[in-house]
Write a new protein. Structure first.
Length: 440
């Protein structure tokens, strides 16, 4: 075997025969899983065809790692979505190659992550993430906090499966064999349409509190229900979310309001008390809505979210600002309806300020949410005091206009005020140059 040598400090790319040997992890089908039925075999074969159509890069990566002696599977949410007939957002891979071995195999790759290191392989229009099978890790000492802060222990596919959060996310697809590998009962729970944790939910949620938000996200997005013990453990462990990194909480808020599941997700967050932990201002505003004699605002809020979900499922790609504006509208409801703002866009001492600071929201997102909210008064002619500068034509050229107008039309529909939309459109047409109105 030829050795790879260093030449003037530059490392040569190793030849295939010089690659490090793969860990000796013998992978066998779990004995507890029954042989697949004819229907399951048909569905698994359909998965293979869809992978070739939706992500031809995945078979290429798997094939190259296989030629170097590494076993690699499609894993996680992509397998779940393919089995449900959905289009996966991402195609993730798991392998017995270490991150360094994967990086040496692909020039177009880089290692990322601190808590758990993985490799991103970049293609012209896609990025594939390849992780190494994780092991059991170091057991926590007696009385120790279960919160996981580092997770770089490598192991076998079965060990990796039981480290994942939910059974429906613990499935692997062996592309070369054309079969699903299920160590955790995920196929059963897909059939039952239920979200179950892998292991004791009280322990798993204390290990990583953000898993509670992920449970809500998957239940709402897939139309599944939470298992009874999962629901109860969320009630018991919800305060653990205060330990989670703000950036991860913010990221999950965006994700659970996206993909057409915002209405169900926010209802479930409110019902379980998770909303009061991560967004206490919003939970208090919804409590106030629920206590009003007139349920109009309460009903309209959920109707607006259903409209957002319908547009997202129809193919629209919502911005973060649009998602946040719909979710946080109750904080601005009084200002919008009365036309008497407690603040201005240049004086951001409003209900958004504490949330933006606590969740480390980007200044850009916070700015756009405020602009969307303040635009509502202009659309409905409820701005009081000094008139804002700018014509409807100038307003329509703002980068936030499309999101603000979309919000206005859904809010008007939810409150049964379609006449406000027609009135603004009429005013805008009247002020267009050459329409007989005053041009700005």
């Amino acid at each position: 075997m030829r050795r790879t040598v260093s030449l003037r400090g530059r490392r040569r790319r190793p030849r295939p025969e010089a690659a490090e040997a793969a860990p000796e992890n013998e992978i066998a089908a779990p004995a507890t899983v029954a042989p697949p039925t004819p229907e399951e075999l048909r569905r698994q074969a359909a998965v293979q065809e869809r992978i070739q159509d939706l992500c031809p890069e995945a078979p290429r990566v798997i094939g190259r790692l296989s030629r170097f002696g590494f076993r690699t599977y499609l894993c996680g949410g992509s397998v779940r979505d393919l089995l449900l007939g959905l289009r996966p957002k991402d195609f993730d891979l798991a392998t017995d190659a270490t991150p360094r071995q994967v990086k040496r195999t692909f020039r177009n790759s880089r290692i990322i992550g601190r808590r758990f290191r993985l490799v991103q392989i970049t293609f012209p229009d896609k990025i594939l993430e390849v992780s190494t099978f994780r092991g059991a890790g170091e057991p926590a000492g007696e009385g120790a906090d279960l919160l996981i802060v580092q997770d770089n222990t490598f192991g076998t596919p079965e060990e990796d499966a039981v480290r994942r959060d939910f059974t429906v996310n613990g499935l692997y697809y062996d592309l070369e064999a054309g079969r699903v590998i299920d160590f955790v009962g995920g196929l059963r729970d897909l059939e039952r349409r239920v979200i179950e944790t892998i292991g004791d939910p009280w322990v798993r949620f204390r290990e990583d509190p953000v898993r509670m938000l992920r449970a809500v996200k998957f239940a709402s997005r897939l139309g599944f229900r939470l298992a009874d013990d999962v629901y109860q453990s969320i009630l018991d462990c919800r305060d653990e979310l205060k330990k989670a990194a703000p950036a991860r909480v913010y990221e999950e808020i965006i994700r659970l309001t996206n993909m057409g599941g915002a209405c169900d997700a926010l209802r479930l967050l409110y019902r379980t008390g998770l909303l009061a932990v991560i967004l206490p201002e919003l939970a208090a505003a919804l409590d106030a809505f629920a206590k009003r004699e007139d349920p109009e605002a309460w009903t309209a809020y959920w109707e607006m979210l259903r409209g957002l979900d319908a547009a997202t499922r129809a193919g629209e790609v919502p911005s973060n600002a649009r998602l946040l504006a719909f979710a946080l509208w109750p904080l601005f409801e009084t200002e919008i309806e009365t036309g008497q703002p407690a603040s201005t866009p240049d004086e951001p001492e409003d209900g958004l300020a504490p949330i933006a600071g606590r969740l480390r929201m980007s200044r850009r997102d916070a700015y756009l949410v405020r602009q969307i909210m303040y635009a509502q008064r202009r659309f409905s002619s409820k701005t009081k005091g000094r008139r804002r500068k700018g014509s409807p034509q100038q307003l329509s050229q703002r980068d936030w206009f499309d999101d603000a107008w979309f919000f206005f039309t859904l809010r008007a529909r939810a409150f049964g005020r379609d006449d406000e939309v027609a009135a603004y459109e009429s005013s805008r047409r009247a002020r267009e140059p050459g329409a007989g109105g005053d041009a700005a």
